[in-house]
Design a protein around this ligand. Structure first.
Ligand code: 5CA
Length: 442
């Protein structure tokens, strides 16, 4: 992509409405635009990162055996009357009527709808276990939408729903998601800690929130500091290995971790003082096992091996992609801007032409740009007429992992400068060596 053709409305001033660093940087880098309170458009730079986050989530859901579907945003109120949640959900639900005056709603979550899909087709235990997920917009009319897309009213959620014949089966399905979440957050460059959590309007009594530490987090969390050393499940984890997955779960829940709602001060105080960690955190995912809370009132049952009907056991598993983008920024930035982990960076490298019009600078940048693209990389070429200082500031702000700088003098010598955005380390290389270095990392 050439920056001269890329829509990236950078703000020079710090936006006044932004209280936390991720919101400020997302607005300054032209990633998002607020359309009304808690409702955002995603502009090209932000959309690129969001798509990368979604792709990682999807790969790990698929790896665990879940099936992707896409349910609508608009739901009929009838389904929610069946489960009994239509009245319970309160003002957070956006209720609407169609032209026939039928009550509809903008989905805040999809337990009812997915249970309706399930009961329409699945009649035998032989089709279980089943996990259906989608990545779709949700709407919750939050009292206090704030911090940009961190707590918005319209937000993207990956929500997965598992169906099993028995409670034991459902616990295995829960453990699959637990392991998939550990892998997902790790690949996003985050260390997320599973903590015992309150279940709120989703229900059930077996639930974990995945929390990352950040001073600006909305939750107060307490845990043992051993979490920092726990291993992430490997890419070749066998998700059908019941005992293997249970041992991952057992290990990751073997030491104390809880959010303030579930906090047990006595248990926490029993941990040696030097091993206690109390901090603020951001909830990036939340998983629930709630048994037959929806399947029972909605009649989702299958024939078991005993020839009898059984109400299925269910769980649901949420991740917030539009929250993850600011959460990653909270975890990874400095005073000059964002520092993306390579896995979600909007571009692989930014090529800074310090003097467009200079023959050596232009040809160096063109060669680099073509070579990186030929190797399957996605570079951003800053070919604008901005001053060099402004170009450096933009490159730092948007946080692309590598900067390649072509100035008139070095370009005339066949050289470029590479800058690592995270460490700030710089090195001068020949053009060929720079291309080799960038493409061999693939
Ligand atoms: N049905 C269940 C799980 S599928 C559910 O709705 N869970 S939840 O309420 O905990 O939401 C799941 C995830 O969505 C949260 O962990 C969070 O990452 C994200 N999320 C929830 N509310 C918001 C919001 N207002 N803004 C941005 N992300 C949100």
């Amino acid at each position: 992509m050439r920056l001269s053709r890329f829509f990236m409305p950078i703000l020079k001033e710090n936006p006044k409405e932004a209280e936390i660093v991720s919101h400020r940087l997302m607005l300054r880098a032209g990633m998002i635009r607020q359309q009304s309170a808690g409702i955002y458009s995603w502009l090209p730079l932000g959309k690129r990162v969001l798509d990368k986050v979604n792709a990682i989530i999807r790969e790990e859901q698929d790896r665990s055996g879940a099936n992707e579907i896409l349910m609508p945003t608009i739901q009929s109120a009838d389904l929610w009357m069946e489960s009994g949640r239509y009245n319970d959900y309160g003002k957070e639900m956006l209720r609407i009527r169609d032209r026939q005056e039928r009550p509809m709603l903008f989905g805040p979550t999809n337990e009812e709808m997915v249970t309706d899909i399930f009961r329409g087709y699945v009649k035998s235990y032989k089709n279980l276990p089943l996990n259906l997920y989608h990545i779709q917009w949700k709407f919750r009319d939050e009292v206090r939408p704030r911090f940009g897309t961190m707590r918005s009213r319209e937000f993207l959620m990956k929500d997965a729903y598992s169906f099993d014949l028995t409670r034991e089966g459902a616990i295995h399905s829960y453990n699959k998601m637990f392991a998939a979440y550990l892998r997902t957050f790790h690949r996003l460059g985050l260390r997320a800690i599973p903590m015992r959590a309150d279940t709120g309007p989703i229900g059930g009594n077996h639930s974990h929130e995945f929390i990352i530490f950040a001073d600006t987090g909305e939750s107060e969390v307490f845990c043992h500091k051993d979490f920092v050393h726990f291993d992430i499940p490997a890419a070749d984890t066998d998700f059908d290995d019941v005992a293997g997955l249970q041992s991952i779960f057992d290990r990751w829940t073997s030491v104390y971790a809880a959010t303030s709602e579930m906090h047990d001060a006595a248990a926490f105080d029993a941990i040696p003082e030097g091993d206690r960690l109390s901090a603020r955190g951001i909830e990036v995912g939340h998983i629930f096992y709630f048994g037959t809370k929806y399947s029972e009132p909605m009649g989702a049952k299958v024939l078991g091996p005993d020839g009898k009907e059984h109400i299925v056991h269910m769980g649901s598993y949420g991740i917030g992609p539009t929250r993850l983008v600011p959460a990653i920024i909270e975890a990874s930035h400095d005073e000059t801007g964002i520092i993306w982990p390579a896995s979600v960076a909007p571009f692989d490298a930014v090529l800074i032409n310090m003097k467009p019009g200079d023959a050596a600078c232009d040809s160096t940048c063109d060669r680099l740009y073509a070579a990186l693209r030929a190797a399957g990389l996605d570079p951003l070429l800053d070919d604008t007429d901005d001053r060099a200082g402004a170009k450096f500031a933009t490159a730092d702000l948007i946080g692309v992992p590598v900067q390649v700088i072509a100035g008139p003098r070095s370009a005339a010598n066949g050289e470029v400068e590479l800058k690592d955005r995270r460490t700030g380390a710089r090195e001068t290389l020949t053009l060929e060596a720079a291309i080799n270095k960038l493409t061999s990392a693939r």
